[in-house]
Design a protein around this ligand. Structure first.
Ligand SMILES: C[S@@+](CC[C@H](N)C(=O)[O-])C[C@H]1O[C@@H](n2cnc3c(N)ncnc32)[C@H](O)[C@@H]1O
Length: 379
């Protein structure tokens, strides 16, 4: 695996097409992120020789300033992965540059949640951004050329993150992950999505294999929500192209399986992200372990993984003991990808007397979904 001791490579010395931050770009880049200007101005006021020097100096000190000195302790491992307890920045400083295939990050959103781990989740905006830029930059360095970086947050922070990452990586998508339940915010439109940023290093992804998804149907009768007219028979039996608005990600799995209050993401989200951007054997890194959803997804999908959590790691370790529960859940959700109709939609259509023979649907799926029903019954 890619943990190394000590030496850090120079980010600016890589060959390749990535957008590298050169010393003389630094001032412009920093000034573009106004969150940093207070620090920058104080450095200049202290008599730094030039703005550029000040900017360089600020970049160099940012990592040190934002890294909480923390011990890094390996607390769990499997054949495929390793989990550390400690600060992600400490771990990142030990990871080889250009070594990771896919990074997924779901940081605290700075929304005053109590993480009980010493991580402040109520920083002034500029401090939160400065901290974020430190780990975003460190993560970008660790990605392989062609590697993928997904960052999950509320849109407010997504706007800053995207603008910052544009300096280092190539933008692929802003994915809106629909959230069914959220609280209204005064004087704003009702917030109903999280932003999932998708960036790639050096432009071309090494892997881009998005799954296909079923057509949308009425949850009561199975009727198509779009009219595909005379094209039904020509539709790909594997389903339709996935869009950049995801409305099918459940907020959390069934309460029986919920591992941590509020933080846990759906395994379906991580299953999809890893489908899109990785293949078996690839190395996945998630700097904010939480309940370990990404590590579980990687393990179940035969990807290597590297994880770190500042707080209590026992929910993650405990979750691995019951990984068979997650495996069954993943098998269940995976029946609904690369297919034109979900089994549930087929059953509803059968009940409602809606036709199926105008689509290409395999006899196997019909049999599986409808049990004793047969296609020949002119459903
Ligand atoms: C939003 S949660 C992640 C939830 C996770 N995606 C899941 O599905 O379970 C963020 C986590 O990051 C952890 N964290 C915060 N700061 C950290 C840091 N500097 N290094 C490592 N972990 C950190 C918090 O303790 C929290 O568990």
């Amino acid at each position: 695996m890619s943990i190394k001791d000590g030496k850090r490579k120079n980010w600016g010395s890589r060959s390749g097409k990535s957008k590298k931050l050169k010393a003389d770009d630094s001032a412009t880049t920093i000034l573009a992120h106004h969150a940093l200007t207070t620090d920058l101005l104080s450095l200049i006021a202290r008599g730094e020789p030039s703005l550029q020097e000040a900017a360089k100096c600020l970049l160099e000190t940012r990592t040190t300033k934002n890294s909480k000195p923390s011990n890094l302790e390996k607390v769990f491992s499997t054949k495929l992965g390793q989990l550390y307890r400690g600060d992600c920045l400490t771990l990142l400083s030990k990871v080889e540059d250009d070594s990771i295939d896919c990074i997924f990050a779901d940081p605290p959103f700075n929304l005053r949640k109590n993480y009980e781990n010493g991580q402040e989740d109520e920083m002034p905006d500029h401090e939160y951004l400065e901290w974020s830029y430190t780990w975003l930059e460190a993560c970008a360095k660790k990605l392989k050329s062609g590697g993928s970086f997904f960052v999950y947050n509320i849109p407010k922070w997504g706007t800053y993150y995207a603008s910052f990452l544009n300096n280092y990586l190539s933008f692929k998508n802003w994915i809106a992950v629909d959230i069914t339940f959220s609280l209204p915010i005064p004087n704003r439109l009702y917030p109903s999505h999280y932003s999932l940023l998708y960036f790639v290093k050096d432009g071309k992804p090494n892997t881009f294999t998005p799954p296909r998804v079923p057509i949308k149907t009425c949850v009561r009768c199975g009727q198509e929500q779009n009219d595909y007219g005379g094209y039904k028979m020509k539709m790909n039996p594997e389903g339709i192209n996935i869009r950049d608005v995801w409305t099918d990600i459940p907020p959390v799995r069934h309460a029986k399986y919920k591992n941590r209050d509020a933080n846990e993401l759906s395994l379906k989200l991580l299953d999809r992200i890893l489908d899109i951007s990785t293949k078996p054997g690839d190395l996945i890194f998630d700097p904010f372990g939480g309940s370990g959803t990404s590590y579980i997804a990687a393990e179940l999908k035969n990807r290597k993984w590297l994880g770190v959590e500042l707080g209590d790691c026992s929910p993650i370790i405990e979750r691995f003991k019951f990984i068979e529960d997650d495996r069954s859940y993943m098998e269940k959700i995976r029946k609904d990808i690369n297919t034109l109709f979900t089994d549930k939609a087929l059953q509803l259509r059968a009940k409602s007397g809606l036709p199926l023979d105008n689509y290409q649907i395999s006899d196997d799926q019909i049999k599986r979904a409808l049990g004793s029903f047969q296609k020949s019954m002119d459903l």
